[in-house]
Ligand binder design. Structure first.
Ligand code: ZN
Length: 286
């Protein structure tokens, strides 16, 4: 009787897990506080009840990254909180096959600093920063006369000014990730990346933010949330999420939840919460 009961409980638990979208967060190296932000990302993703979330942490820098081989193919979507050493050829190959074959990928903040030397990765993220990126990496994305255009002006890729609160402007209200969100909504204090550049193939700018010159920015609207196809896969590039204020924010959490579901399935089934911010006041999360 006892055995039977245990067996049915185990079965029930695995059936419930099987219904959920399997998410793998990768971290372990980052010039940001990944040990603080990964648990927040995990908590944000577990809240809607539609994801099951695992974390794969790489060895520390110089301690054997080449032996790290996360099992990407066991997941629907990979969320990267990683900015560090190049992955092994086998891990890179497995990751490319995973996304090209229909897997989802979500790049959070400094994940877009990673791997300037890896062409497929740069196609996935569309644009990136630092690591020697420059005009050879591809154009900047600039809004001109209402259209996002390629700016091939020579210069480095990736910069930011002082952290501050800012508004996000929806650029694709019909996209599943943005449907039902206000046209303009406020994000808590964050590092507003500017002058990212890269191959920028087929990038849909879901949301942008103005980077003020007086805060050390570019004086331009900068892409913040992006959707990029890669083979049969979908990439959600989220340039937000520098530190504690930025990740404890309703705008950050909701767009991460929606972007992760879209990257995994191509759809968004989540409702926009009633406390979603407008353009006047950002909303903190516990
Ligand atoms: Zn940062």
């Amino acid at each position: 009787m006892k055995t039977f009961l245990l067996a049915s409980l185990t079965l029930a638990a695995s059936a419930i897990a099987a219904d959920k979208i399997k998410v793998l967060i990768v971290d372990g190296q980052n010039n940001h506080q990944w040990k603080m932000t990964t648990p927040v990302l995990k908590q944000i993703l577990e809240e809607p009840g539609i994801f099951s979330v695992d974390v794969s942490t790489s060895p520390e820098k110089g301690k054997g990254i080449e032996s790290w081989q996360p099992k990407f193919s066991e997941y629907a979507v990979v969320v990267s909180n990683f900015n560090g050493e190049p992955w092994s050829a086998a891990t890179k190959d497995a990751f490319e096959k995973f996304v090209a074959g229909g897997g989802g990928f979500v790049a959070v903040h400094a994940a877009d600093n990673s791997f300037p030397e890896w062409p497929a990765y740069n196609e996935m993220i569309g644009v990136g920063g630092w690591g020697g990126r420059n005009e050879k990496s591809g154009p900047y994305l600039r809004l001109r006369d209402g259209k996002w255009t390629f700016d091939t002006t020579p210069g480095s890729g990736g910069s930011h000014g002082k952290q501050h609160e800012f508004n996000l402007n929806s650029g694709a209200p019909e996209h599943p990730i943005m449907q039902g969100l206000p046209e303009v909504f406020r994000h808590r204090q964050d590092e507003l990346y500017n002058r990212l550049r890269g191959p920028a193939k087929n990038v849909t700018i879901l949301a942008s933010a103005f980077s003020p010159k007086e805060m050390g920015g570019s004086g331009e609207l900068e892409p913040m949330l992006m959707a990029i196809p890669f083979g049969k896969g979908r990439v959600f590039h989220d340039a937000l999420g520098h530190g504690a204020e930025a990740v404890h924010c309703v705008a950050f959490a909701v767009t991460l939840q929606r972007g992760t579901e879209w990257a995994a399935t191509g759809k968004v089934t989540q409702k926009v919460p009633a406390d979603f911010p407008d353009d006047q006041e950002s909303k903190a999360r516990p």
